[in-house]
Design a protein around this ligand. Structure first.
Ligand code: SF4
Length: 439
């Protein structure tokens, strides 16, 4: 009989939609907006590269980041060797570099990436892809183009093009399409939005105190995409391996943030085990966490009308409560499956919300609240109208299903109730719980 996998200890080779490698933390520029912060003297060691590529089943898109990746040609060469030697199923590789490494180090990186492109084209791509005229070469090097980078983009493009082969595209990052439009409806390119940082700068690294920088967070769960044809779960959330081996969901974060809050380190445990554990501790999805960050920003506006402020505060309080319930619920009831825990937690949360809003918002009916929250949480799964009794039954059924183990106390549900009754952001309370959506 096949051995039952223990996801906390056994390594499972995973396919990744997007894997990011932080090649180095060195950098020769000091851009004012740099969200990584101060450069560090670290290149990704061979051991980490080997460990990572031993654990991947396939990668659709590999992106190389830094620091400045072209400052570590030996790491890029080793990475390419490791991918080719292990016959890794890699579909595409991209990197953005700052356009200032116009010497032998840059040439070595281009040569290594030429080899990688040739390998992907000849050993991975199928005939259909090769014949598709819209398909870009398998590897792309883009050169930064913004007012913050002290470089000569045009000169760098010409230099790299001299050495690139047919499997490697060299492009200008400023020319990228963003999918955004200006007020007249004209498409905006990357260089058009690089001006004041209003859209893209985050409060991280040297950008932390920029007026326009926004909150961001990587404290969300790693989602999987089920490939039914191959019966495989593919990691859909973009995952980054830092040059010191720390693993995080990829976001524009400072080295300091990545080192203080991460899933773990590849030198200590398999990535699949880290993801398994992380998802119990970070159960919210990315959209929800980004909505929370966005609300934090809106709440900082002193001119925000009181009604709006109240709504946003309540929404963030709901998200905090949901996270608290799921995280602490797992600690109190570790035998509950993710589905059972989620269903019980949400049903309980809705019951509490009904009770709380009854006092503060007498015009809203319980049915409205239930419908709103059920739709928010289980879109598409529930078509019938739910009543308070239905929700109580959901919780009771889950408790009954596990009745031999079900406990002892009302643990998490009780303090959640307390939290929701407060219904404001009480920082001290959260510090004590040590659980928050945005740290
Ligand atoms: S933005 Fe890029 S090039 Fe500029 S300092 Fe940061 S890592 Fe270096």
């Amino acid at each position: 009989m096949a051995k039952q996998l223990d996801f906390e200890k056994d390594m499972v080779k995973l396919p990744y939609a997007n894997l990011m490698l932080e090649i180095t933390r060195k950098c020769n520029l000091e851009c004012a907006h740099c969200m990584r912060g101060e450069a560090q003297n670290i290149d990704m060691p061979d051991k980490i590269l080997e460990t990572v590529f031993n654990q991947v089943e396939q990668i659709y898109h590999l992106s190389l980041t830094g620091g400045e990746p072209f400052l570590a040609p030996q790491t890029i060469e080793k990475m390419v060797d490791t991918i080719i030697e292990n016959n890794i199923y890699l579909w595409r590789c991209t990197t953005v570099e700052n356009g200032t490494i116009l010497d032998n180090r840059g040439i070595r990186c281009i040569n290594a990436l030429n080899r990688l492109g040739e390998y992907i084209y000849n050993s991975v791509w199928n005939e259909k892809t090769k014949k598709n005229l819209d398909e870009k070469p398998p590897v792309t090097v883009s050169v930064s183009n913004s007012k913050y980078h002290n470089n000569n983009t045009r000169k760098a493009l010409s230099f790299y093009k001299l050495y690139a082969n047919q499997y490697l595209a060299i492009d200008d990052q400023g020319e990228w399409e963003t999918g955004l439009k200006d007020k007249q409806g004209n498409p905006l390119k990357n260089k058009d939005i690089k001006g004041n940082g209003k859209i893209w700068l985050k409060k991280q690294g040297r950008a932390e105190n920029f007026l326009n920088a926004k909150y961001t967070s990587h404290l969300y769960r790693v989602d999987f995409w089920l490939n039914k044809d191959e019966n495989k779960a593919c990691v859909n959330t973009s995952v980054e391996i830092c040059s010191n081996g720390n693993v995080i969901p990829a976001e524009p974060l400072s080295f300091k943030t990545m080192d203080s809050k991460n899933m773990g380190n590849v030198l200590n445990e398999p990535i699949s085990c880290m993801i398994y554990r992380w998802n119990w501790n970070q159960p919210l999805d990315k959209t929800e966490v980004m909505q929370y960050c966005n609300n934090m920003e809106l709440l900082e506006n002193p001119k925000l009308p009181d009604k709006k402020r109240g709504e946003l505060t309540l929404l963030n309080s709901y998200i905090d409560s949901k996270k608290t319930l799921l995280v602490a619920g797992h600690k109190d009831y570790p035998y509950l499956s993710r589905n059972d825990l989620y269903t019980a937690a949400i049903a309980t949360l809705i019951l509490m919300w009904c009770k709380m809003l009854k006092n503060t918002e007498p015009d809203i009916t319980e049915e409205d609240i239930i419908e709103l929250l059920i739709t928010r949480e289980f879109t598409g799964n529930y078509t019938k109208k739910f009543t308070i009794q239905d929700l109580k039954k959901i919780v009771d059924n889950i408790v009954a299903k596990h009745n031999r183990l079900v406990i002892k106390n009302q643990g998490v549900f009780e303090y959640l109730k307390y939290r929701i009754e407060l219904s404001t952001h009480d920082v001290k309370y959260y510090n004590n719980l040590k659980i928050s959506t945005y740290d």
